[in-house]
Design a protein around this ligand. Structure first.
Ligand SMILES: C[S@@+](CC[C@H](N)C(=O)[O-])C[C@H]1O[C@@H](n2cnc3c(N)ncnc32)[C@H](O)[C@@H]1O
Length: 219
């Protein structure tokens, strides 16, 4: 997927919620953090800034990973942050390797049931899984966490209209400019059309797209 700087900037406005979720974790000394479905690294780089640990992002979209790698280099974070092309369906890290497994905007496209069970093996004893996703999609799984081997430690619920007021509406206001700037690039145009569809959906009913961070402790 093509990465557009204006969309990256819009995504960054929501990092305050990533920070809030991170601060709900206990203090962790040099944690090993895995970001599943890291995209171009917006949350992963924030996690590196917030912690003194090592952050590994995995994704299968090479264009996003290339952009993530570019940022790692520009920020001189290569010793602490890695961008790896690895599918969620074939995670190759050993058992109990990570203190924190983090994932934003990914799990709803997969199976909660399967991934919650599978990601658990990656966590050290007392490790934390933090998932950011739409509240209505996550509700069932979150109400049954002990069956997956977790307890719900905390939740950061975003304001009902956060995605509309802080992400989609500002993007809509820039859409004419973006179409002018990127209209000649077919990949960028496809991406903008996809965002326009999301804008139209979220505008109608922002609260249906309300998201939350679920902070789960491995039991
Ligand atoms: C909505 S984006 C979220 C990106 C980033 N976590 C964020 O919050 O900005 C979802 C990401 O999941 C990745 N993804 C989807 N299926 C995947 C899979 N099977 N394995 C790894 N990553 C996947 C996509 O490539 C995309 O970068």
């Amino acid at each position: 997927m093509v990465v557009l700087e204006e969309i990256e900037q819009a995504r960054e406005t929501l990092l305050k919620y990533t920070r809030e979720a991170f601060f709900r974790l206990p203090t962790l000394m040099k944690p090993q953090i895995l970001d599943i479905g890291c995209g171009s690294g917006v949350p992963a780089l924030e996690l590196a800034k917030l912690s003194d640990g090592k952050v590994t992002g995995i994704d299968t979209d090479q264009s996003c990973l290339d952009e993530f790698s570019r940022k790692i280099k520009a920020k001189q974070l290569a010793k602490r942050v890695k961008a790896i092309n690895m599918s969620v369906f074939d995670i190759k890290f050993p058992d109990k390797f990570f203190d924190v497994v983090w994932s934003e905007g990914v799990i709803g496209t997969l199976s909660f049931d399967k991934e919650l069970k599978q990601w658990r093996r990656l966590l050290k004893h007392d490790g934390y899984l933090v998932i950011h996703y739409q509240q209505k999609c996550a509700a069932d799984a979150v109400s049954n966490l002990p069956q997956y081997g977790y307890n719900l430690a905390d939740t950061v619920l975003l304001p009902a209209d956060a995605w509309w007021t802080e992400f989609y509406k500002p993007l809509e206001e820039k859409m004419v400019f973006l179409l002018q700037k990127y209209g000649g690039n077919s990949d960028a145009l496809k991406l903008l059309m996809q965002f326009q569809k999301e804008i139209d959906m979220v505008r109608k009913c922002p609260e249906a797209f309300r998201t939350a961070f679920y902070i789960m402790k491995k039991t």
